[in-house]
Design a protein around this ligand. Structure first.
Ligand SMILES: NC(=O)c1ccc[n+]([C@@H]2O[C@H](COP(=O)([O-])OP(=O)(O)OC[C@H]3O[C@@H](n4cnc5c(N)ncnc54)[C@H](O)[C@@H]3O)[C@@H](O)[C@H]2O)c1
Length: 370
């Protein structure tokens, strides 16, 4: 198969959908790799590195689309690209159709085969192509909180880990999933006192067994959140209710009970945010202040660390890219339920129920097209 790696064109996006080492694996499987010129530069990979790995460098996105059987991106295709997508071409990337009716309707008209990273499932029912980005965002949340706690940024002026004779900061992480656990691990590693809240008892039991001694897993409830945020120097919002907007766990009124200069990082901002006062920010202008509390609400946190994010993402996507390229989309879907769940559109039909339900569009079960 001819596989095209496109340069990302969405603003502030420096990741790339395949590393040179991924290209080497794909070419060893007998595929031809076309990489758009400078596609990897933002992630530290030069064109020469791709050539050494066996790729051909191609000057324009139009040529990549024109010559490829499958194209890969990180973010969803942008409007300037829709006309370049070919009928029956496989487009393998994050799509997030259910969040964007315009994209859904326009992309349907391309008659391409859209396989979305975010709906692929593994055998345990988890989402293997979302996990690496949650790991990055969780770890980064504490790094960012530590920075904005510094006085020069308007924060309380407290060091997360304290020092000899001086107590550490208190970090409250709400949500004990991938983001929350990674945030808590980072904060614990820096020596903070960490409360990690979740609503799932089995999850809390597991966290109690695996987390360090300075982490205190606790059942989440409105009263626990109310109590703990009074003590907090940092609050990380890391909740997810699948298929729903994040619940508002801290109201504006509650900010008044917090220590002035405390930092709240709302990682769940991409699902609407879990604090009433959250609104999406960018890496260029990541924070704002409400009632003396610093808010950090960047919706694409992994974009700030493209080298780590690209390698983490492509470690997860590569086995699927190999399988789809080796078998073609129909056989890959037939033989791998997880990839079939990733199939969102084919032959002008929507094959993922969550997307058709979101906009009242017709749903066609993937099996009828295979
Ligand atoms: N901003 C970014 O750049 C970025 C990057 C990656 C993920 N995210 C977002 O981070 C959020 C968390 O993602 P994840 O991968 O950790 O999800 P996850 O499903 O692994 O974990 C979510 C956890 O929240 C818990 N939860 C639900 N309601 C709760 C409540 N009221 N109190 C306490 N816990 C509650 C669940 O039990 C679950 O354990 C999602 O909204 C995701 O979209 C944002």
């Amino acid at each position: 198969m001819i596989v095209g790696i496109l340069k990302e064109i969405k603003s502030e996006e420096n990741r790339v959908s395949m590393t040179p080492s991924g290209v080497e694996v794909m070419t060893a499987n007998g595929h031809t790799l076309l990489v758009e010129q400078t596609a990897g530069v933002g992630s530290g990979f030069s064109d020469a590195m791709y050539v050494d790995a066996g790729a051909e460098i191609v000057a324009t996105p139009a040529e990549v689309f024109e010559r490829s059987d499958m194209v890969m991106h990180v973010k969803e295709p942008q409007p300037s690209e829709y006309a370049m997508v070919k009928k029956d071409q496989i487009v393998f990337t994050y799509m997030h159709f259910a969040a964007d009716e315009g994209l859904t309707r326009d992309f349907l008209k391309t008659d391409s085969v859209a396989i979305a990273y975010e709906t692929i499932e593994d055998t345990s029912g988890s989402l293997p192509l979302l996990t690496p980005m949650s790991e990055v965002a969780g770890r980064m949340s504490v790094q960012e909180a530590a920075k904005y706690l510094e006085r020069v940024h308007g924060g309380r002026g407290i060091l997360l880990g304290g020092v000899t004779g001086v107590p550490p900061a208190t970090v409250v992480v709400i949500g004990g999933g991938i983001v929350g656990t990674n945030a808590a691990q980072m904060a614990c590693g820096l020596g903070a006192k960490v409360y990690l809240l979740d609503m799932n008892l089995d999850r809390l039991r597991h966290l109690g067994e695996v987390m360090p001694k300075n982490c205190f897993p606790m059942m989440s409830s409105p009263s626990t959140v109310r109590e703990l945020i009074r003590e907090a120097d940092v609050v990380v919002g890391a909740v997810l209710i699948p298929g729903a907007k994040a619940p508002k766990l801290i109201t504006r009124e509650m900010l008044g009970t917090m220590k002035p200069g405390a930092v709240i990082v709302d990682v769940a901002i991409d699902q609407g945010g879990c604090f009433e006062t959250s609104k999406p920010t960018t890496h260029g202008n990541p924070i704002y202040e409400v009632d003396g509390i610093i808010h950090y609400c960047v919706a694409n946190m992994p974009g700030a660390v493209p080298i780590t994010s690209t390698i983490a993402l492509t470690n997860a996507t590569l086995p699927y890219a190999v399988e789809i390229a080796n078998k073609g989309w129909k056989r890959a879907c037939k033989e791998n339920e997880g990839i079939k769940l990733g199939l969102n559109m084919a032959q002008g039909k929507i094959t993922y129920k969550g997307v058709s339900d979101a906009f009242g569009l017709e749903y066609t079960p993937a099996d009828t097209l295979l």
